[in-house]
Design a protein around this ligand. Structure first.
Ligand code: NAP
Ligand code: MG
Length: 504
């Protein structure tokens, strides 16, 4: 067993134990062994962190700093993060089960890149926007100023702990807000390590960025409801997202939510199957299917159905399931026993519903790693869109392949879902793919690819997949209030609008 990493809460620039003195342990999904021991923040700790953030914000030490200076400090942190890429990847592999190849190339590297791009974009767009001069009802000139909300809280899930935290902390801090972050109980280590890097960098005044790991029911609820919080950013399940909205409503907080998905991946009959078939497996099996925008409903034309299924099965059976930290591993473990049990339960549901299990559907035994939560990449054929395995988010390596007759049917089924987060269209004919992409009610559509997230593009959900957008300029705007400043251009009293109306 390796070293156990230990972290305390980061509040007001200081590391501190929880008021209760409690800690919790986190485990490596590849082995089941303890890899971290973290202070367990409760409501009292969260309140202290929120008060520190409030004090920092109200003092103006961060919010009044010129934009260029804030962005430049974030740039300096980016340089440090680049030095720490390997270490952060190792933490994400050990704590969250990210395969080391995915962490290096995607989850950590992209998170660090998004941090830099956010800092740059915030600097580029500036604080002010012009407004057209209006003569009606009276000559005026005006301007719009983008201002930070104040104290923002962030609650993140266990699947992509680092990058989903960056998607919130990046735009919040770049635009002058102060923040308190609560990572998921299963996977707090990369966020706690980021907090440590921030603290040691001395680039951010005390209270600007605080980290309070703790349970959703206590720390999370306090973050969503505390009156001193102006904005809550949440990524997680749709069920908890509904609760966050409720908790935020008595004090009418700004809320952004990134929630669940059951995304449609549509192969058109002219798709290049040599990339569409592996691409569709990538769409579902990346991070063992534990991705909110995974393309877990794959729509295949009837004319190609048998060929596609056969080729998918052959490819899926060649994937190497193993420990996240081993370089050869294609598919890592599920995050936790609970998630393993959920996936296995859904496989039984699929069988009972009459879908045809064509591969997988069982545990993989990895020698020497009996404590890990390994599951075979699983494919169901003969799935209908109304089955539970086509409607409910499984969050595991389970692909439902649905046959369609006309493209119209495929679009109709794709939209028959409470979710609308991701989606894919595969075709050699780009204009044709675009007509389909336009008709899918979802926040992101990849044409002839999947999962690629640009730092310059918006990400978020339609329908019950969420509210608001993260990343790019759209993500930055979610952390800014819009203030209109009206400057009257009528110097004499008798030119004033109110004089003409009220005779004052
Ligand atoms: P979850 O159970 O909703 O938890 C997410 C976060 O909320 C965790 O930090 C959790 O704390 C906290 N939480 C739980 N109950 C809470 C409450 N009553 N009040 C405040 N906070 C509370 O989700 P998960 O199981 O970690 O993650 C999987 C889900 O996230 C999936 O549905 C997936 O689709 C979604 N997801 C969406 C996106 C997206 O961008 N749209 C990205 C990734 C994941 P604990 O850890 O202590 O429970
Ligand atoms: Mg959970």
């Amino acid at each position: 067993m390796g070293d156990v990493r230990e972290y305390q809460l980061l509040i007001d620039g200081q590391f501190a134990p929880a008021a209760s003195g409690e800690t919790f342990e986190t485990t490596d999904p590849s082995t089941g062994e303890v890899v971290g021991r973290v202070s367990k923040g409760g409501r009292e700790d969260v309140r202290r962190a929120i008060e520190a953030a409030r004090k920092a914000f109200d003092s103006g030490v961060w919010s009044d700093m010129p934009q260029a200076e804030r962005s430049s400090r974030m740039h300096k942190l980016w340089e440090i993060l680049q030095q720490r890429l390997m270490d952060l990847s190792q933490i994400e592999a050990e704590d969250a089960g990210h395969t080391i190849r995915m962490a290096n190339l995607f989850s950590i590297a992209l998170g660090v890149e998004h941090w830099r791009v956010t800092a740059d974009l915030a600097n580029k767009v500036g604080e002010y926007e012009p407004v057209e001069t209006s003569e009606m009802p009276a000559l005026s000139w005006g301007l719009v100023r983008r201002e930070p909300y104040g104290v923002c809280s962030a609650i993140t899930p266990w699947n992509f702990p680092f990058i989903l935290m960056i998607w919130k902390a990046g735009p919040a801090l770049a635009t002058g807000n102060c923040m308190v972050v609560k990572p998921a109980t299963y996977t707090p280590l990369s966020t706690a390590e980021f907090g440590k890097i921030v603290q040691e960098s001395d680039l951010f005044p005390p209270g600007v960025f605080n980290v309070v790991p703790g349970s959703g029911g206590a720390a999370g609820e306090e973050l969503a409801s505390n009156p001193l919080v102006d904005k809550v950013a949440f990524t997680g399940s749709t069920e908890v997202g509904r609760r966050i909205m409720q908790l935020a409503s008595p004090t009418v907080k700004k809320v952004t939510l990134e929630l669940g998905g059951k995304s449609a991946n549509i192969l058109l009959d002219d798709a290049d199957l040599d990339s569409a078939i592996p691409g569709s497996l990538f769409a579902t099996f990346l991070h063992t299917g534990q991705i909110c925008h995974s393309g877990t409903r794959c729509f295949v034309p009837a004319s190609l159905y048998d060929e596609v299924i056969a080729r998918m099965v052959e490819l899926a059976e060649g994937l190497k399931v193993g420990p996240a930290t081993e370089f050869e591993t294609d598919i890592g473990p599920l995050v936790h026993r609970t998630q393993f049990d959920t996936v296995d339960r859904y496989v039984q549901i699929g069988i009972e519903e009459g879908a045809k299990l064509v591969t997988g559907g069982e545990r993989v035994n990895v020698p020497g790693h009996d404590g890990g939560f390994y599951y075979k990449p699983t494919i169901f054929a003969d799935v209908t869109n109304s089955m539970r395995i086509a409607q409910e988010e499984i969050f595991g390596p389970v692909l439902s392949v649905i046959k369609y007759d006309s493209v119209e049917d495929a679009i109709q089924m794709a939209n028959d879902s409470i979710y609308g987060l991701g989606g894919g269209v595969w075709s050699r004919d780009i204009p044709r793919a675009l007509t389909v992409a336009k008709r899918i009610r979802t926040g992101t559509v990849w044409v002839n690819d999947y999962h690629l997230l640009s730092a310059y593009a918006p990400f978020g959900g339609y329908k019950q997949s969420g509210v608001g957008r993260e990343t790019g300029i759209w993500g930055i705007r979610e952390y800014q209030q819009t203030k209109y400043i009206h400057v009257d251009q009528t110097p004499r009293k008798d030119q004033k609008f109110w004089y003409q109306i009220a005779g004052l």
